[in-house]
Design a protein around this ligand. Structure first.
Ligand code: AMP
Length: 404
């Protein structure tokens, strides 16, 4: 009892210190300095939050938007320099080594912390967490060799998806298995990404290939005191494992479906003691399956997420601002949508910016990264009061993207 009271007092003191922003600058550390870090910095400025990044890439695109400690994530001396004087820290890249976040937590407050990160870094622990909390999941089995894939297929069936358990992103480290005739070749092809990342033995998951109707995601936020907010479910279109377009809010989402997705997010976040923004990607099997069983949880991201970029112009408070508010112990902002948005990713190249800017109500974000195939180099969000108008604006953007 007395312990709980003391802990509550300490929590209040920590939050009060951080909220005294008048003259002093509140400094938030961010592991990673990619486009997510850059958009966090842009959101933090007006709140008086100043960001410091740790990233090994001297060209990291958020570096110009805050202090940049340019060092590897496992450089202990650099981590100590990075942590010096921070009010709190967070991450924008979930493949940061767990040991780095563990070490950082002994130097400053880190949200999300090591427990949440560990759960999200391994597809097996993620799926185990989902099913343990009652979320629907498709059939899956852990495998460590091509020989084991054979046995797993009898459980998950064909076609199946083979994914590396860690370090995968944007379709890297995963592929479809259509027959069991040459599993060694499938294994070698799909796990080559893991080996390039330096993993000595690549552990994988075999999943059943889901014939979903569409892909939905929920971006939710939880504050230090347990305050919870969630943006509307959005519909996502992927191609080649990479997100191309997000429609926000997703069309035809009944309030019960939104409530179900929010209940799932809340359960995960409370279980992990999570603070900050968390995104969950679902496969929607369609209305024929009934509200309670139509969502299958595919994966979660313990950070701001590409399917939440539309919130910059399309919601009352952006995911970036809400993440920083949560991490800094400040009150959360409203997650309500302002009308309709369609976000189009710029992948591999940027169309003529002049032409993009000439499209009314198309909001352009260029990340300042060098272009290369498959790389996310920007996004454009079309906004309107009407869903069809937003879609028409996005179609004009898409036409320029396709021409680039
Ligand atoms: P992930 O890295 O798990 O988010 O996968 C990237 C994309 O690949 C997903 O958004 C889907 O479009 C597709 N995908 C991944 N896993 C499956 C699956 N088990 N069944 C069908 N499509 C999948």
């Amino acid at each position: 009892m007395w312990f709980g009271t003391i802990a509550a007092c300490l929590a209040v003191v920590a939050v009060l210190n951080i909220s005294r922003t008048g003259a002093t600058v509140v400094k938030i550390g961010v592991l990673g300095a990619g486009q997510l870090g850059r958009m966090l910095a842009l959101a933090g400025g007006p709140l008086g939050l100043s960001l410091r990044f740790l990233d090994p890439d001297p060209e990291a695109c958020a570096a110009a938007f805050g202090e940049h400690v340019c060092a590897s994530f496992d450089d202990e001396a650099a981590l100590a320099r990075f942590a010096q004087g921070l009010d709190a820290a967070t991450l924008e890249f979930e493949n940061v080594p767990l040991s780095c976040v563990q070490a950082l937590s002994s130097l400053t407050t880190v949200y999300p912390g090591p427990v949440a990160l560990a759960a999200a870094q391994d597809r097996l622990s993620e799926k185990t967490l989902f099913s343990g909390l009652g979320l629907g999941v498709h059939a899956y089995a852990p495998v460590a060799s091509a020989a084991e894939v054979h046995g797993a297929l009898s459980h998950v069936g064909l076609p199946a998806v083979l994914k590396t358990r860690s370090m995968g992103y944007d379709g890297k480290g995963q592929g479809v298995i259509r027959s069991d005739t040459d599993l060694q070749a499938d294994w070698d092809r799909i796990t080559s990404h893991g080996r390039q990342q330096g993993e000595a033995s690549v552990r994988c998951l075999v999943e059943s290939m889901v014939a979903f109707e569409r892909e939905l995601s929920l971006v939710a936020v939880r504050g230090r005191s347990g305050e919870f907010g969630a943006y509307p479910l959005v519909a996502n279109i992927h191609s080649g494992g990479i997100l191309r377009t997000t429609i926000a809010p997703a069309p035809g989402v009944a309030p019960e479906l939104q409530r179900l997705a929010e209940a799932h997010a809340r359960a995960i976040m409370e279980h992990l003691g999570y603070v900050g923004v968390l995104a969950i990607e679902f496969f929607d099997l369609g209305a024929g399956h009934g509200t309670a069983s139509r969502l299958l949880a595919n994966e979660m991201a313990p950070r701001v997420h590409n399917t939440g970029h539309w919130t910059i112009e399309g919601a009352q408070t952006s995911q970036f601002e809400n993440h920083l508010r949560a991490v800094a112990g400040l009150p959360l902002g409203s997650c309500e949508a302002r009308g309709h948005s369609v976000m189009v990713n710029l992948i591999g190249s940027v169309p003529e910016v002049r032409e993009l800017l000439a499209i009314k109500d198309a909001h352009v974000h260029i990340y300042g990264k060098s272009a290369r195939p498959g790389r996310k180099v920007g996004h454009v969000t079309a906004t309107a009061n009407d869903a069809q108008v937003a879609a028409a604006i996005a179609a004009r953007v898409q036409a320029l993207v396709d021409r680039a």
